[in-house]
Design a protein. Structure first.
Lengths: 114, 112
C-alpha cells in the first residue's frame, strides 16, 4: 500500500547550519500530492509546504522542497536553521482523485541548539 | 483560518468505559478526519469522512467507531475503552482530498 518514510527520528544541529529532513514515499499512483506539516511543542500540526508538480521547487517561510517522482522523494531543506525551527516535522502523502486519505510518515524531530 | 473545535480537551476514563470525542468545523469542509498521535508512531488515521453520513475506515480503526452527523460534526466513539487507547486525538478537516488539512487543538484521553 501507500506509505511515507522519514528515516530520521531526531535531527540535532547548531543554529545557522543547513537543514535537510528526508522524505521518501511509495505509491502505485502516478499523481501523488506531497506535504510537509510542522508541529511545535504543545501545538497542532499545520501545513508548511505542499507540491504535486514534478521537479518544481516550492518554498515557504524559508523552507523549500522539490518533488522528485523519479526517486519518490520530497526532502525538506533550509539554508540556515533558527532556534524557532525546533519542532516535529511530518511528511505526508495523498493521491489525486482518492477519497481524501492522507498518509503521514512517523515524523522527524528537529532540535536546533545555540 | 479554518476553525476545527474539539471537545473535551482532556478526558480521563476507566477501562471498559464509554467515551465520545466531538469535533466541529465551521468552514464547510467536505473531509473530516480522526487521528491519534503517539510517540514513535506519528499520526495514525483512525476514521475519516467525505460528507455527512459517509464513513471511511482508516489505518487503525479497531476499537473505534465514528459518525458524521452533519457537514460540520464528526464524532469518535470508544465503546469499551482500553489503556492502549490512551493517546492524543486530533480531529482535522479539509476542503478536498488533496488540499490543506486543518487540525483542531487535540483531545488528550487517558484510560486508567
Amino acid at each position: 500500500g501507500d506509505s511515507v518514510t522519514q528515516t530520521e527520528g531526531l535531527v540535532t544541529l547548531t543554529e545557522g547550519l543547513p537543514v535537510m529532513l528526508n522524505c521518501t514515499y511509495q505509491t502505485i499512483y502516478s499523481n501523488p500530492f506531497l506535504f510537509w506539516y510542522v508541529q511545535h511543542l504543545n501545538e497542532s500540526p499545520r501545513l508548511l509546504l505542499k507540491s504535486f508538480t514534478d521537479n518544481k521547487r516550492t518554498e515557504h517561510q524559508g523552507f523549500h522542497a522539490t518533488l522528485h517522482k523519479s526517486s519518490s522523494s520530497f526532502h525538506l531543506q533550509k539554508s540556515s536553521a533558527q532556534l524557532s525551527d525546533s519542532a516535529l516535522y511530518y511528511c505526508a502523502l495523498t493521491i489525486t482523485g482518492n477519497t481524501g486519505k492522507l498518509i503521514f510518515g512517523l515524523g522527524t524531530t528537529l532540535q536546533v541548539q545555540p | 483560518e479554518a476553525a476545527v473545535t474539539q471537545s473535551p480537551r482532556n478526558k480521563v476514563t476507566v477501562t471498559g468505559g464509554n467515551v465520545t470525542l466531538s469535533c466541529r468545523q465551521t468552514n464547510s469542509h467536505n473531509y473530516m478526519y480522526w487521528y491519534r498521535q503517539d510517540t514513535g508512531h506519528g499520526l495514525r488515521l483512525i476514521h475519516y469522512s467525505y460528507g455527512a453520513g459517509n464513513l471511511q475506515i482508516g489505518d487503525v480503526p479497531d476499537g473505534y467507531k465514528a459518525t458524521r452527523t452533519t457537514q460540520e460534526d464528526f464524532f469518535l466513539l470508544l465503546e469499551l475503552a482500553s489503556p492502549s487507547q490512551t493517546s492524543l486525538y486530533f480531529c482535522a478537516s479539509s476542503d478536498a482530498g488533496n488540499t490543506e488539512v486543518f487540525f483542531g487543538k487535540g483531545t488528550r484521553l487517558t484510560v486508567v
